[in-house]
Design a binder for this molecule. Structure first.
Ligand SMILES: [Zn+2]
Length: 155
């Protein structure tokens, strides 16, 4: 998919491959999946996105290989978020509205932070996107991505 693709997720993948700015947030890539940090402004440090490599709208469009691989990859990626952030739980949400290309939001649920609890996390997303609450510090995000790249080097 070229960098000029109409799909925002495909554009990010093309930019990662070309070594553009999105490449620094890439954690893991294989023939089926891309795991990356949420781009700036990110509501939380450790908010990852698990994308299908192929342009598809959701699990209902998986081929048999993607279908069999999704569960293990979702588990592995969720455990990574927990290890990186020390969170209690990891939310997995996929709307596919901003881009009709599967990108599962993997959100660290930190017990002490009420702003990330259940549906409140959607409000958090909106106030950060609107600039009403500070986003995760880019330096913190980059440090977490470096650790994540080390932890996933043998995936
Ligand atoms: Zn796409």
């Amino acid at each position: 998919m070229p960098v000029s693709s109409p799909c925002g997720v495909c554009r990010i993948h093309a930019e990662q491959e070309a070594g553009g700015p999105a490449a620094e947030l890439l954690i893991h890539r294989d023939p089926l999946w891309h795991l990356r940090h949420h781009p700036h402004p990110s509501p939380l440090t450790g908010w990852l996105l698990l994308d299908s490599a192929r342009h598809l709208g959701g699990a209902m469009e998986f081929d048999p290989v993607e279908s069999a691989a999704f569960g293990p990859m979702l588990q592995r990626s969720s455990r990574l978020v927990r290890e990186l952030t020390g969170c209690d739980r990891v939310y997995a949400i996929a709307f596919g509205e901003g881009a009709r290309h599967l990108h599962v939001h993997l959100i660290p649920r930190l017990g002490a932070d009420g702003a990330s609890e259940s549906w409140a996390v959607a409000d958090l997303y909106r106030v950060v996107a609107a600039g009403e609450r500070p986003a995760a510090a880019p330096a913190d995000v980059l440090a977490l991505v470096r650790r994540a790249q080390q932890l996933t080097a043998r995936w």
